[in-house]
Ligand binder design. Structure first.
Ligand SMILES: *[C@@H]1O[C@H](CO)[C@@H](O)[C@H](O)[C@H]1NC(C)=O
Ligand SMILES: *[C@@H]1O[C@H](CO)[C@@H](O)[C@H](O)[C@H]1NC(C)=O
Length: 445
């Protein structure tokens, strides 16, 4: 990065020039802003199996947050940040071009930045200091399904988001990145150290800019950072010049779940290890108050049946028949039966219910996000009315990634009989209506 003394001296001069008040005002002269030059290091990936094409991470020093961007103050030739191999986006195919930091991270000369600050009214303001920030693209939150509604303080929650994908993919990968790339493993006790700043582009994602995250976002992120999730262009950070001492950036090579093209044999992304999954689960255990070492109870067996509200399209239509059948088949000494709705519960409340269950029966959907809370050796029964539409792969992959950690077992029951549908879903009706008659199929053979 050249000669630091020289750069620092120059930055001081530039700031002094930019901030110099007219002679008449000399006495009230505000303190001059001495800009710290930025720098970065991007160690080569040391993860076994990583290739030159694998996503990597970088550590930056002295970035300035201002007006929705992070500024990299460079003298001389600015580094080409798009060449660093950083990636921020989970839901993109492996083959698609990387989404780099370009949209929020900008290189500027100190002269230009001093000018920007001056014209923006922050010429000599002493910056706030954030010791440590991880820059993260939060899982998308949309105003509504059409994407047209506003997403401001007056509009009601919840927005369109996804509990399963946030909890069991996004935060899992966040945890793996912090642990493997930055040595910040299972640091619940130390969660006051890092802040998480959302860098999802704010032009399209107005809910992000307005920090209208569903409550479970903040609750899940609070396991990793003791500071609320903020957007880089949100009302808290946007107009406050902030110096970030250490900035961690990029997703590590680990990926998990059904994220589009997450990882394939020989591809640039890698699966998580049991150690990383265990560190994630241990953090959640401390955060939500369950013992990750506990085994599923057997005497009695505790059976949790999760039903959902009718409006969710995932309710069990014959829930009464199911509960009656279970009660007549098993005595309370054998099976303690509990039926619950997750809607309206905090993650902590859901974690309490799941961590005490031997087995859980649920319709395909967000409930799978709670598998991580199941005790060792527990069983999940995943009800999927139309197997190819309601893919069991979310459940199956999560069970696979928890092998050697909590060793849960997942079974999928599909009921494709259109005359005896047990859930209400437009897609089921649609599929049933278009199902060819068996006779017609046979006639075509
Ligand atoms: C930040 O949000 C404002 C609107 O509140 C918008 O005008 C501006 O372009 C955004 N800045 C960035 C860097 O996205
Ligand atoms: C807390 O986290 C920071 C950042 O990872 C690290 O430098 C520090 O050593 C951690 N402290 C403890 C007590 O683990």
């Amino acid at each position: 990065m050249g000669c630091f003394f020289h750069v620092a001296a120059m930055l001081g001069m530039v700031a002094a020039v930019a901030a110099a008040p007219p002679a008449a005002l000399q006495q009230q002269a505000p303190p001059q802003l001495a800009l710290q030059p930025s720098s970065h290091t991007c160690p080569p990936p040391v993860v076994p199996g990583a290739t030159a094409a694998s996503p990597r991470t970088c550590t930056f020093r002295n970035l300035y947050l201002w007006r929705g961007r992070a500024h990299y103050v460079a003298e001389g030739e600015p580094p080409d940040l798009s060449k660093l191999g950083l990636d921020f986006e989970l839901g993109r195919p492996v083959t698609a071009p990387r989404v780099g930091p370009d949209s929020f991270l900008e290189t500027v000369t100190s002269a230009r930045f001093a000018e920007l600050l001056h014209s923006g009214g922050a010429g000599a303001a002493r910056p706030d200091r954030f010791p440590l920030v991880y820059f993260w693209r939060a899982y998308p939150v949309m105003p509504d399904r059409a994407g047209g509604a506003t997403c401001d303080a007056a509009s009601p929650l919840p927005r369109v988001s996804n509990y399963y994908h946030l909890l069991s993919e996004s935060t899992t990968i966040l945890s793996a990145t912090l642990c493997e790339q930055f040595g910040h493993c299972n640091q619940y006790a130390n969660r006051s150290a890092p802040r998480i700043v959302d860098v999802r582009p704010s032009a399209q994602f107005v809910c992000h800019r307005n920090e209208r995250y569903p409550p479970y976002f903040q609750e899940a992120l609070a396991c990793f950072s003791g500071h609320p999730l903020r957007h880089i262009n949100g009302s808290t950070l946007r107009d406050r010049l902030t110096l970030v001492d250490t900035a961690w950036m990029g997703l590590g090579p680990r990926c998990r779940g059904s994220v589009s093209g997450c990882y394939q044999a020989g591809g640039p992304r890698l699966p998580p290890t049991p150690g990383l999954m265990a560190a994630w689960r241990a953090t959640l255990g401390q955060c939500f108050g369950f013992d990750p070492g506990a085994a599923a109870p057997l005497r009695p067996v505790r059976l949790l049946v999760v039903d959902r509200l009718y409006e969710s399209g995932r309710s069990i239509l014959n829930i009464d028949s199911v509960l009656r059948a279970l009660r007549s088949r098993f005595s309370p000494q054998q099976v303690q039966l509990r039926m619950e709705y997750m809607e309206g519960l905090t993650i902590r409340q859901q974690a309490q219910l799941f961590s005490q269950a031997t087995a859980v029966v649920h319709v395909h959907g967000a409930t799978a996000g709670n598998y991580v809370f199941l005790p060792r050796g527990a069983v999940a029964l995943h009800l999927a009315p139309v197997e190819h539409k309601w893919s069991p792969s979310f459940s199956v992959k999560l069970a696979r990634d928890l092998a050697g950690v909590s060793d849960i077992e997942v079974h999928t029951w599909a009921n494709p009989d259109a005359s005896r549908l047990h859930v209400v879903q437009p897609v089921v009706a649609f599929t049933a209506a278009r199902r060819p008659q068996l006779g017609a199929l046979l006639a075509n053979e």
